[in-house]
Design a protein around this ligand. Structure first.
Ligand code: SAM
Length: 232
């Protein structure tokens, strides 16, 4: 269970209405029962249920069961598409261990707005479901130009470029350290944006194969390739 509360030995953790409903109503837990908790910072903890009510409850932390497992320093920068597909991208990125998820507005981005809180909640659910102890932050939507203007060149870019014939990413991507994957919108990156990315000496252009993948498929394929080459 994800909680927004510090975790430590003997720490009391209050439960809000939604959490109480889930634990006591849906999961049928009761006082004395045990729950695994994480907050994205303190690892995973076993807690016992001290109070169980319809609208609230209290847990007491007993022992740490997992330390915080930080994922590799990989960002996924993508252009939001339709709502359900954007949800999918955030969910899969969190499951696959992205450290940060950055929605970016490119020239051809279909959707100019995102519901950041909703996407963050999807990231929490995904981390919960795969037993992760870390929750990637979903950043506010940022314009492509602004993102690159403020970019720290220590973070290398894996530019997913469907116009490439082929690539040998294994040999090109041999540098550990911070990375970001760039995935364009349904219409792809504009010529100008693509040229700008290709000109960066800290960006590597990568093909994901001969077929043009939908942006949500491309995000999952790119993370898999990155993990195979560099991650763990
Ligand atoms: N510009 C394309 C078009 O309209 O024909 C479509 C872009 S594709 C649907 C969306 C994004 O997924 C691209 O901007 C790229 O980042 C990524 N992508 C899809 N297929 C790819 C491939 N085979 N290799 C590399 N990147 C790919």
């Amino acid at each position: 269970l994800y909680v927004e509360h510090p975790l430590g030995v003997g720490q009391s953790v209050p439960l809000d209405k939604g959490q109480a409903h889930y634990l006591f109503g849906v999961m049928r837990q009761a006082v004395g029962g045990q729950v695994l908790l994480f907050n994205g910072q303190d690892g995973e903890w076993r807690a016992s249920i001290a109070k169980a009510g319809k609208r609230a409850g209290e847990l007491i932390c007993e022992e740490q069961t997992k330390p915080l497992q930080m994922p590799p320093d990989l960002w996924l920068c993508f252009a939001p598409i339709k709502k359900a597909r954007t949800d999918f991208i955030v969910e899969k990125a969190a499951e696959m261990g992205a450290a940060r998820i950055v929605p970016m507005q490119t020239e051809f981005t279909n959707s100019g707005r995102i519901q950041r809180d909703r996407l963050q909640a999807h990231a929490v659910e995904a981390a919960e479901q795969c037993g992760g102890t870390y929750v990637p932050e979903v950043a506010d939507m940022v314009r492509f130009d602004r993102l690159l203007h403020d970019w720290n060149p220590d973070r290398r870019i894996m530019f997913c470029d469907e116009t490439l014939a082929a690539s040998q990413i294994g040999s090109q991507m041999d540098t550990a350290g911070p990375w970001a994957i760039f995935i364009g919108p349904e219409g792809g990156f504009s010529q100008k944006e693509g040229d700008r990315l290709r000109a960066l000496d800290y960006a590597t252009s990568v093909s994901l194969g001969p077929r043009i993948l939908r942006a949500d498929t491309a995000a999952v394929a790119a993370m898999t390739i990155w993990q195979q080459a560099l991650g763990d």
